[in-house]
Design a protein around this ligand. Structure first.
Ligand code: ADP
Length: 159
């Protein structure tokens, strides 16, 4: 039984994230989406909101769970009995940071390995920041996130 953690900010979850979740859920027995509650950042959605949104976005997949976490990722992985960290790679710019993080995590905890999924071509450009930048100016975000999230994002910018 191989359990994997897919950690991230998911502020908000996009079609790019959902693609990685669908693909990793076919390879691993169970995938836990770890929503990082970073107290030093001010996200658009609170961790509780992000968990709720992700649950709805991935309700069509059986072997995926969602939980928020704080602190070290390797500690969260151990607490969940997960041995694999899943991350997505888009452009070469992701590579340097991701490589450093996976090596650091492996040094801290030898039993944990990181597996990278390369982005599907149609989502290679897509990031949560892009979604927020377009939504802030009232642009069309229907190609970036599932329909039920669109109104929630615009509402945040109205406030
Ligand atoms: P973080 O703040 O940890 O980078 P994100 O929510 O931005 O959190 O991303 C979580 C993970 O999903 C990262 O590994 C990131 O590279 C990956 N990811 C984000 N967008 C895409 C995409 N469009 N295609 C593939 N992977 C992606």
């Amino acid at each position: 039984m191989i359990k994997a953690i897919y950690p991230g900010s998911f502020d908000p979850i996009t079609f790019g994230h959902i693609d990685i979740i669908e693909r990793s859920s076919k390879i691993f027995d169970e995938v836990i989406i770890g929503v990082l509650n970073n107290k030093e950042k001010t996200p658009l959605f609170s961790a509780v909101e992000r968990v709720e949104i992700i649950k709805e976005a991935i309700s069509h997949i059986n072997n995926v769970e969602v939980a928020a976490f704080e602190g070290l990722l390797v500690d969260f992985a151990k607490a969940q009995n997960a041995s694999i960290i899943v991350r997505g790679l888009r452009a070469i710019t992701d590579f340097e940071y991701e490589l450093q993080m996976s090596q650091t995590n492996h040094i801290i905890s030898k039993d944990i390995d990181t597996v990278f999924f390369t982005t599907s071509l149609e989502y290679a450009y897509l990031s949560s920041s892009t979604v927020k930048e377009v939504a802030m100016f009232g642009g069309d975000i229907s190609k970036f996130v599932p329909p039920f999230i669109i109104g929630k994002i615009y509402n945040k910018f109205k406030k």
